[in-house]
Design a protein around this ligand. Structure first.
Ligand code: FAD
Length: 411
């Protein structure tokens, strides 16, 4: 959307879109640099940024005013996205799950008490969240999950194991899916909970990836406790809320990652390497006249252009953005590898010294892009989703759809 796009006046701030744009620009130019001055450390910088954004009235644009929000509509959100593109500190990814997925799910499905308790601190970045969906035997087939929750007086008691839990090591709370009735078919006996992470019954073990980082973890729950009312949505109705949260995740990992700035060095590796940077790399390595390299650059450039046109369309399935990101991300990383690091799989980052962004940048992307194809749903699952929901093809056969969970054959 551009400044010339016709706007729906009803969703604008009362002082108009131009004033809102100025407000955002002033925040980025003046308020934010002052707030961040001298703040060191990844988490500290992430939390300082979020608090500054929230306190400036820009951290909860489409939330009710009761929770520090502005009740703004899509025009203001689009304007905000456009002005902040390339200027959001990279540490913001700490809040991808809390602000991007858990908060909108609690806003839309949580009780008044849960909204009152969790929205403000979550949106202000005071509390960090993770997503505890996947299990060793339940990834794409999420509804087969085995973690169990049973009510005991005023508390739910949870036992089971999760895996791939991004950010669990520094999270205060998790959005947890657990089975609450094994007599029901697998999709119908699941409940969504808010799990306090800092308690005796929860053990978090980091898993080191080939980038050298431990972004995700295994989480073991051994009679972990959850207050009775920390249920998001209906008991045994968690599949509906789980799917709603996944839709926010697809927007996060899909449409949002289509918005990278041409020159931005996205160290987090969340967006494909921009073609402008690959051209610079090809020139620096004396390969810019190589016809094979040029052909690949042209293909990647076309991908960037196509996605920039797609972004202008309303009602686009987030799965398209997610698929584009992973396909473009892998192709861009492969080209970078062939230009810069023929031995890239042998690269190992020295985490004992501060990162050298320029040296590590391409190597990090090359190693990280494979995982990006899995998180948020694999490419095959995105294609299934597009086939069934966007193209209206018959649903994948599910012979176990109506069978009680406790009668299913499981590994
Ligand atoms: C970087 C990263 C971060 C993650 N963060 C989180 C997190 O924070 N929280 C969380 O809960 N999970 C997280 N995950 C887990 C992620 O959601 C799962 O890895 C993903 O859903 C795939 O599940 P799986 O790994 O068990 O693979 P499987 O489901 O076992 O799939 C194996 C292969 O089979 C294919 N396949 C499976 N079913 C079908 C089908 N029906 N049709 C066609 N092909 C199929 C898949 O595409 C894949 O290629 C993360 C993963 C990664 C890599």
């Amino acid at each position: 959307m551009t400044a010339d796009t016709p706007l729906d006046e009803t969703s604008l701030p009362s002082d108009g879109l131009d004033d809102f744009r100025n407000e955002v620009t002033t925040f980025l130019d003046t308020t934010l640099p002052t707030a961040m001055e001298g703040v060191v450390g990844h988490l500290a910088r992430a939390q300082t940024w979020r608090a500054a954004l929230f306190d400036a009235g820009l951290g909860a644009l489409d939330y009710p005013t009761d929770f520090g929000g502005r009740d703004l509509g899509p025009d203001a959100l689009a304007a905000f996205g456009e002005i902040t593109r390339g200027r959001v500190p990279r540490e913001d990814h700490v809040f991808g799950i809390g602000v991007g997925m858990a908060m909108p799910t609690i806003r839309d499905f949580g009780s008044d008490e849960l909204k009152e308790r969790f929205l403000r601190p979550g949106l202000r970045g005071e509390e960090i969240w993770c997503q505890m969906y996947s299990e060793p035997g339940s990834g794409s087939d999420l509804a087969s999950l085995a973690t169990k929750a049973e009510l005991d007086g005023d508390e739910w008691v949870v036992t089971g194991q999760k895996v791939w839990t991004s950010g669990a090591q520094h999270s205060d709370f998790a959005i947890l899916l657990a089975r609450t009735d094994s007599n029901l078919p697998k999709h119908r006996g699941i409940t969504m909970f808010i799990l306090p992470m800092k308690q005796e019954g929860v053990t978090v073990r980091p898993l080191v990836q080939m980038t050298g980082e431990a972004e995700f973890n295994e989480v073991f729950m051994d009679e972990a406790r959850i207050p009775k009312d920390y249920v998001v949505g209906e008991i045994n109705g968690g599949w509906r809320t789980a799917v709603a949260l996944l839709a926010h995740e697809r927007v996060q990992t899909g449409v949002a990652s289509m918005g990278g700035d041409d020159k931005q060095r996205s160290k987090a590796g969340r967006v494909p390497i921009p073609v402008a940077q690959l051209i610079e790399l090809a020139e620096a390595r004396g390969r810019s006249k190589d016809p094979v390299v040029r052909q690949e650059l042209a293909r990647l450039y076309s991908g960037e252009k196509i996605v920039s046109f797609l972004k202008e369309r309303s009602g686009l399935s987030p799965s398209i953005g997610k698929l584009w990101r992973t396909i473009q991300g892998r192709a861009a990383a492969d080209l970078a590898a062939s230009l810069a690091f023929p031995a890239s799989p042998a690269w190992e980052e020295d985490l004992s010294v501060p990162r050298n962004l320029d040296e590590d940048y391409f190597a990090y992307h090359i190693l990280n892009c494979r995982g990006m194809s899995l998180g948020g749903g694999t490419d095959e699952i995105q294609r299934n989703t597009l086939g069934e929901r966007a193209l209206g093809l018959p649903r994948e056969p599910g012979p176990d759809k109506d069978t009680p969970y406790n009668e299913l054959l499981r590994n």
